[in-house]
Every structure is written in structure tokens, then in C-alpha cells.
Design a protein around this ligand. Sequence first.
Ligand code: UDP
Ligand code: MG
Length: 132
Amino acid sequence: MKEQTLALIKPDATAKRYEGKIIDDILKAGFEIKAMKMLHFDKAEAERFYAVHKEKDFFRPLVAFMTGGPVIAILLEKENAIEDYRRLMGRTDPGKAAAGTLRKKYGETTRRNAVHGSDSPENAKKEIAFFF
Ligand code: UDP
Ligand code: MG
């Protein structure tokens, strides 16, 4: 059965004009784009999007990073989309991400790692509703 997930192209990647390359990789991996928009998070929106991490020591710098430039939200559809997009994205730390993954190719650091992807059906549903 087809499944949906939410991808974000983060401010580090839009600053480097990587959005075209990232979208091309996503399409070549067999995902269908059902909706897409560019926006600029304000502080409250970034805090709400990453609310699950509010107790973490990296929460403040993460919110600062995510409000530092435009992001692109993309609603993706494919069989097994959540797991397959997490695999395409690669590990959180681009230095540990597998060759060919989006984070390996376009990420800089554990924080500035180019892309986001939903990690579960529950969170995919919430994150899709956040944007679309
Ligand atoms: N992050 C960070 N420092 C860390 C871990 C994560 O700044 O030590 C940022 C990074 O941008 C990451 C996001 O917080 O993508 C969410 O963290 P999570 O552990 O959920 O990683 P993900 O699911 O994005 O791989
Ligand atoms: Mg996560």
C-alpha cells in the first residue's frame, strides 16, 4: 500500500542552492511529490515542529538554525515511503551517513544536515498536517 511522509529541505541546503539536486534525487528514488511549498519558519513554528526535542541541549541552536533561512516542505508518496525516505536521507550525522545518501552528499554537520524526514506513521501524519 502507498504511504506518505513529510520531507524538509533545510536552510543550509537552500542557502547552497541544493534544492534542485535534492528533489531530483528524491524523484529518481521513486517518490512521487504530492504537494510542496517554500516557507520561512518563525521561532514559534520551529519550536512547535521540533517540540519532541524541547528538553535536548541542542534545541535552542536547532531552532536558530531552522529559522535562519527558507525551508521547502514536501509531501512524498511511495510504497514504504517513511522507511525508504529515512534510508535515502541517511544518518543524522552526515559524516556517518552511507555513500549516496542525501545527508552524505549535501549535509555539513549533525545540525546542518540538509534534510528532514518523518520517523514513524504517527509523526508523518502530524508533520503532513503541520504544512498541508
Ligand atoms: N540535531 C542537532 N544536534 C544533535 C542531534 C540533532 O542539532 O546532536 C538536529 C539535526 O538537525 C537533526 C534534528 O536536530 O536532524 C532532529 O534530531 P533527530 O535526532 O530527530 O535526528 P533526525 O531524525 O533528523 O535524523
Ligand atoms: Mg527525528
